[in-house]
Write a protein that binds this ligand. Sequence first.
Ligand code: 13P
Length: 281
Amino acid sequence: MITPVKEILKMASDANTSVIAFNCVDYNQIYSVIHAAEKVNKPVLCMLYPEHAELNNWCTPESFAAAVQSVAAEVKTPVGLHLDHCQDFNYIIRAIRAGFSCVMYDGSMLPLEENIANTKRVADVAHAFGVAVEAELGHVGFAATVTDQSNLDLYTQPDVAADFITRSTCDALAVAIGSAHGVYKQTPHLDINRLSEINAATDTPLVLHGGSGIPNDQLDQAFTHGINKFNVGTEFFQLYYDTLKDFGQKYGSEGNIFDFPSYCQPILMDYLVKKLELSKF
Ligand code: 13P
């Protein structure tokens, strides 16, 4: 059942856990995410990352939203439609028109005041349409650059977070506490003390990015110390690609592309179910 992301975040906050948000690019991934969530009876979010979508012509915000909405209508579990990292105001408006109920404006590379001002500008418009806004304070970098996950200058400062939320009017805040996007070269060590301090200073759902490859015991801790939305992309895409390679190797020139969805979806769903079980709804 399509459900506003803000409602799902409230459910996560009330249950002191996190909803899992998966980056997807196509119907196979969207279908697998939503049906895996239905299987374990947990809310879930499907996220579109504009760079994935448009640069390689996978989908548009409109086609992505239509796919999520139609598959979500097949199930009872709450499904949220979220726009991931975006700096382009026009693209954000386009996503709002397409039906996304939460949009991320990512000003984390900008000076603080500019990040606040731009987030507020997006929030003013989004809120007028009943759409929630995720912002980022501090900067979650790339795992390929090891220092991105260890450089304390990039981490979210607890004493700035409350003021940032008040002035930007964001509805969810992505925090930098030691995670990074992509494949980790070194096991991340989340700064749970810092997370607790941010959580104590705010009462807005907090978001953890760079979810691929973080050990489950650290996730359990993060989910009980304020993280209410957990983003996963890289490992889901890697599994999808590996599944495609295995299918090609197994069936070779006898293979038929029409058999691929029923080959890959159960494999994707096995992975997704395990991930979703980290959510303690
Ligand atoms: P990973 O690709 O590292 O799992 O991160 C996903 C993410 O944070 C998307 O916003």
